[in-house]
Design a protein around this ligand. Structure first.
Ligand code: IPD
Ligand code: CA
Length: 268
């Protein structure tokens, strides 16, 4: 059995080093090409990915699914590591201080099979960590979602970037009902803010979310008490590959969840 926590921590520290150097250096916004998921690959995306791949491959018996390189490693490995080397690349390239690295271990090949997850805030080094059934922590201390149960009191992260007019129209009832809407540009970290009780919901119904974006934060949020479904209220179960796209509706508790889902499904 692999003891994943030190492996994930070490991997995230390595990413911290290369991200810090790239953020300060001249290559902060250098684009190297297009990654396996179809997005532009920055210099930092590639450097961070190499660090993660090196750190995780050393653990053996692990296949990797990463945003830039796609699938690598032994096909029939016992574990799968789903990686987003830098979440919030657009923030990074512009110098906006909100981005993270995200690592999730699976002991099966379905989305609910995640067992260990780590998201590291690369601005302040905060480490969000969870193991299935063991709760979630930030820097080793237990975290929990907020108790905000009324939508009119809720602060929600709503990702409306690069989406269609139709999706914006569908979101209007929700946006009008929330106390405050925010979006910071790194969805994994935003979902960790829900886990930590700092915001009350995170919603992305653009149909653009990939498993690499959210796998780790999903386990962390669930372990912290969040309710996470698709827009239609089902448990997310996307295929573990780079082609799958899905919706994510995450809220602090069941009462808030019902109110958010009803606003999301009320558009005629
Ligand atoms: C992006 C961020 C962003 C979201 C994009 C994602 P990336 O991840 O999470 O908030 O709006 O859809 O692609 O590309 O920086 O890893
Ligand atoms: Ca990324």
């Amino acid at each position: 059995m692999t003891d994943w926590q030190p492996v994930l921590l070490d991997a995230s520290r390595r990413v911290q080093k290369v991200a810090d150097a790239a953020f300060r250096g001249r290559k902060r916004s250098e684009i190297l090409g297009t990654g396996a998921s179809g997005d532009k690959t920055l210099f930092v995306d590639r450097r961070a990915e190499s660090e993660l791949i090196n750190a995780l491959s050393a653990a053996r018996d692990v296949r990797l699914l990463s945003e830039e390189k796609g699938e690598t490693g032994p096909k029939h490995a016992r574990y799968l590591a789903v990686l987003d080397p830098i979440d919030g690349s657009s923030n990074f390239s512009r110098g906006v201080p909100f981005y993270c690295t995200s690592i999730c271990i699976f002991d099966g090949r379905r989305f609910p099979d995640s067992t260990h997850a780590l998201v590291r805030n690369l601005i302040n080094g905060d480490v969000y960590y969870a193991e299935r059934g063991m709760g979630a922590t930030k820097n080793g201390r237990r975290i929990q979602t907020s108790r905000v149960a009324r939508i009119s009191d809720a602060v929600g992260g709503v990702d409306i970037s690069a989406t269609s007019r139709k999706v914006v129209d569908e979101l209007a009832p929700l946006l009008a009902a929330l106390k405050r809407q925010v979006h910071f540009g790194a969805n994994a970290l935003e979902l960790c803010l829900v886990a930590d009780g700092l915001i009350d919901a995170f919603i992305d119904v653009r149909g653009k979310m990939r498993v690499t974006d959210i796998a780790a934060a999903y386990l962390i949020a669930r372990e912290a008490g969040a309710v996470v479904t698709t827009k239609s209220g089902e448990e997310p179960n996307p295929a573990l590959n780079l082609s799958a796209r899905f919706d994510c509706v995450a809220t602090a508790n069941a009462s808030l969840h019902a109110q958010v889902l009803s606003r999301l499904n009320s558009f005629k």
